[in-house]
Ligand binder design. Structure first.
Ligand code: DQA
Length: 147
C-alpha cells in the first residue's frame, strides 16, 4: 500500500530563496520538494508538498490529510506562534506530526520561542536549514512504514 506524507508550509514560505536568505538560505520551495521526493525515492511512500499564506487553507489541508496522509510534516511559519486553529486541526489527525523550522527559532526573537504546534508535534526540528525537510521526510518514512 502506498502511503502519503503531506508537507504543509505556512505564510511567506512561498518566498523561500528570496526572503531573508541570510536566515532561510537560497533554496526555493521547489528545491525543498525535490529534496523530499529524492528522499522518498525507492520507498513505497509518496510526498505532497503544499504552501499557503492563509490559515484557513492550512486548516483545510490538515483536514484533508486526515483522509489521505499517513503523516504530516508542517512548517507553519508565523502561525506556529499564534494559531490555536492550526493546533486544533492537528489534534484531529491520528498519525505522526513533525514540526519543522528552517531557522533555529530559539536563537531568535522571544516571540518565536513559543509554539502552539509543539503541543501536538511528535518531533520538532529547528535550525537544520532546508536540509531539515529531507531529514524529516526520512524520519517520517521510518515512522509510517514501521508496522
Ligand atoms: C519559520 C520560523 C518562524 O518563526 C517564521 O515566522 C517563519 C519561518 C522557519 O522555518 O524558520 O515564517 O517557521
Amino acid at each position: 500500500m502506498t502511503r502519503s506524507i503531506h508537507i504543509l508550509n505556512g505564510p511567506n514560505l512561498n518566498l523561500l530563496g528570496k526572503r531573508q536568505p541570510e536566515i532561510y538560505g537560497h533554496d526555493t520551495l521547489d528545491d525543498v520538494e525535490a529534496l523530499c521526493r529524492a528522499e522518498a525515492e525507492g520507498s513505497d511512500v509518496s510526498v505532497l508538498l503544499r504552501q499557503s499564506n492563509y490559515e484557513g487553507q492550512i486548516v483545510d489541508w490538515i483536514h484533508e490529510a486526515r483522509e489521505e496522509a499517513s503523516g504530516i510534516i508542517i512548517n507553519p511559519g508565523a502561525l506556529t506562534h499564534y494559531s490555536i486553529a492550526v493546533l486544533d486541526a492537528l489534534n484531529t489527525f491520528d498519525g505522526p506530526v513533525i514540526e519543522l523550522h528552517i531557522s533555529q527559532v530559539h536563537k531568535r526573537e522571544s516571540f518565536r520561542h513559543h509554539s502552539y504546534v509543539s503541543l501536538r508535534a511528535d518531533a520538532v526540528m529547528a535550525g537544520f536549514g532546508v536540509r531539515g525537510y529531507a531529514l524529516a521526510t526520512r524520519h517520517m518514512i521510518g515512522l509510517i512504514t514501521a508496522d
